[in-house]
Write a protein that binds this ligand. Sequence first.
Ligand code: HSE
Length: 311
Amino acid sequence: MDSIRVFAPATVANVACGFDIFGFAVDNPGDQIVLTTSDEPGVRITDIIGDEGRLPREAARNTAGIAIQTYLRSINRTDLGLDIVLHKQMPLGSGLGSSAASAVAGVYAVNELLGRPLPTLKLLPFAMEGERIACGSAHADNVGPSLLGGFVVVRSYSPLDVIKIETPATLFCTLVHPDIEVNTKDARFILKNEVSLKNTITQMGNVAGLIAGLMTPDYSLISRSLVDVIIEPVRAILIPEFNEAKQAALDNGALGCSISGSGPSMFALSRDAQTAEKVGAAMQQAFLAVGIASEAYVSQINQQGPKVLVD
Ligand code: HSE
């Protein structure tokens, strides 16, 4: 095999109460990468489609490029020549895990191309390097679920300890991306470094409740636990009509609604597809009322993670 095309899914990080420790993958959108071997050693980005020229073309400064380079160094294969074509199929700065999906697609693709020398879980630290250059923090709550599929808990960063947990088969996610941009680095910068004991206790209760609710499964418990008293109140100001869109989701039957990753996308969880569609339409209407266009996506939790696409 001298060429491979891989899709990696978008992700919802934080999932309300789990800042930097929870994330899940969705079926769409997602990014695609095509890797082709070359006689000339080194990793090159030959084209990026769908970014309007905004992403770095230098491999070491691109999330997919750096993930692949770090991987090749670790397996002593810097002799390999690779040309990358990246197909960005989701908006940048959207809170949908765009930088993570590219990094995951890249590292998964090269590992497949080489006959899978490493098991999938071992690819995670390389994909995290993509996040480090994208926003200055090597968090795993987007790359983890994009790589492993499903709902992922990052129990610890040092040492890295990542757990994939069961979710109800009929849980549906609505994602609404209002047509504005939030830079993850900025959205992290505005957070407070200190948290009160009261809020820590509330948040820990919700973290535990959400995991128990997903695994039982218990929809009422999921609903009561989809609450973030630490991050959402600070970041909500970055999203016009956040409160109205969230209320619209809850009024239309969502179990809960919060910011997807660092925003501006918002996610809601519902117990069936019909409710999830209705929730999406209501959230879009809330944005439209103040003249903000948006895209909505409805999908189940993606259990597969990246996949090889055959042309
Ligand atoms: N956990 C990260 C954050 C996800 O909220 O900043 C964004 O990539």
